[in-house]
Design a protein around this ligand. Structure first.
Ligand code: NDP
Length: 400
């Protein structure tokens, strides 16, 4: 008997809920709670129709620890899967500690009033989780998430020493909208407009936002302009693999997307501070979110696929070796299975697998951990079974 509580019923929460229901032998009781309960009810009805599984729903403001504590006491889950927003990570971790519940998320904590994310806030909970005998699994989406598991798998099976790591994230899909983000627009725009950063020879090197770019070729997609960005898993991976000399993250963007993004910034709509409007205070980026397409509604007309992977160079038996491990995910196939597009799917499936790893005792270290600290093998096995099969290229040209 394992009861799981999913917090957040957006694009990613919808996929997590479907996948958890598909694995009802492990997840014997499922609760979905979010700020707007009606969204959880619609989702529960869809899951009952598609998967034949009954789901309990509830409402919670996850910014409030007392509300979360009341929710956890009421449902008594073994594990919380947090797929609300990064702003809620710490409140949910606090409530988990108070109620003796384990924790998993897909994005590291970010304060609302500062577009800045890093693991220090959540790593600071390590002792508390250890003392309570609880586990917190951080960053268990695709990137962060599978990117860390891929790296751990490469370290375990292919390298004595990982030296160069490039995480490459390509969305070669077309949703037929002039501009839309693939996950929460507020979080997405905050992330992409930040300065770039990569790790080299023990130091972080800062770049202008999307300043460094080059075409990279992706399997079944071809060449796409790829932009160097800072991404949160770089922080934990260089810590957990100290032989890494350089670690970078690349993401593809189309010209149309970048032009819209520039205009949004130039006219002040990416601002996260409050402005006066008609006698009330609004945050421009939050207002923009309200008028942009909802990422949850993109799936129906989404064509093409994502291709995300790790390109790694290092030493094996004293010789240089290259290794590329990746997944390609079809937006349309994701939509047919869960009603959501590929970006929500590639995030939600790994979150479910991380939960499955924990509840089946395969990932069982207490404390606060990033995914690469656990055994990658059972997770990699599940990726092939749960809809995100992976492929590898050994000693190919990495282009990087
Ligand atoms: P959405 O905006 O679609 O969904 C967020 C959900 O959280 C909504 O149901 C929302 O409720 C709910 N929520 C927001 N604030 C609160 C609150 N205070 N209390 C309770 N519920 C709340 O986001 P996505 O599904 O696109 O993204 C979810 C998470 O996944 C984000 O943290 C994102 O950063 C992460 N992510 C991770 C990726 C990875 O690969 N690791 C990739 C993509 C996303 P309401 O509907 O009422 O607003």
């Amino acid at each position: 008997m394992s009861k799981v509580l999913i917090i957040g019923a957006g694009g990613v929460g919808t996929v997590v809920a479907h996948k958890v229901a598909q694995n009802a032998d492990v997840f014997t009781d499922i609760v979905i709670a979010s700020r707007t309960k009606s969204k959880c009810d619609v989702l529960a009805a869809d899951i009952e129709k598609r998967e034949g599984v009954k789901v309990t729903t509830d409402s919670v403001d996850a910014d409030s620890v007392p509300q979360l504590v009341a929710l956890l006491k009421k449902h008594q889950p073994k594990l919380v899967i947090n797929v609300a927003l990064p702003y809620q990570d710490l409140t949910i971790m606090d409530a988990c500690l108070e109620c003796g519940v384990n924790y998993l998320d897909t994005a590291n904590y970010e304060p609302k009033d500062e577009a800045h994310f890093e693991y220090s806030w959540q790593w600071a909970y390590k002792d508390k989780f250890e003392k309570a005998g609880l586990t917190a699994i951080l960053g268990c989406g695709f990137d962060p998430g599978v990117s860390g598991v891929y790296t751990a798998y490469a370290a375990k099976h292919h390298f004595d020493e990982i030296q160069y790591l490039d995480i490459v994230d390509c969305n070669a899909g077309n949703h037929h909208k002039a501009f839309a983000t693939n996950f929460n627009p507020e979080i997405n725009i905050r992330e992409i407009t930040q300065k770039g950063r990569f790790y080299e020879n023990g130091k972080w090197v800062e770049t202008g936002a999307l300043e460094i770019h080059k075409p990279l070729s992706y399997p079944n997609v071809g060449p796409k302009e790829s932009y160097l960005m800072y991404h949160e898993e770089l922080e934990s991976l260089v810590k957990n693999y100290p032989t890494i000399k350089r670690a970078r993250f690349w993401m593809t963007f189309g010209q149309e997307y970048l032009t819209h993004l520039r205009v949004i910034q130039d006219i002040g709509m990416a601002r996260i501070d409050e402005v006066e409007y008609n006698g009330m205070k609004i945050v421009p980026l939050q207002f923009l979110k309200a008028v942009l397409p909802n990422p949850q509604d993109l799936g129906e007309n989404y064509e093409g696929e994502t291709s995300i992977g790790c390109r790694i160079r290092g030493l094996k038996d004293g010789k240089q070796k290259t290794y590329y491990v990746y997944n390609n995910c079809s937006h349309h196939a994701a939509f047919l299975e869960t009603g959501m597009q590929g970006v929500s799917y590639t995030t939600g499936v790994p979150a479910m697998i991380g939960a499955l790893m924990f509840l089946t005792g395969k990932w069982n270290m207490v404390g606060v951990h990033n995914v690469e600290e656990f055994d990658p093998d059972p997770f990699m096995e599940q990726l092939n079974k749960q809809g995100l099969p992976w492929h590898e290229v050994i000693d190919g040209d990495l282009e990087l």
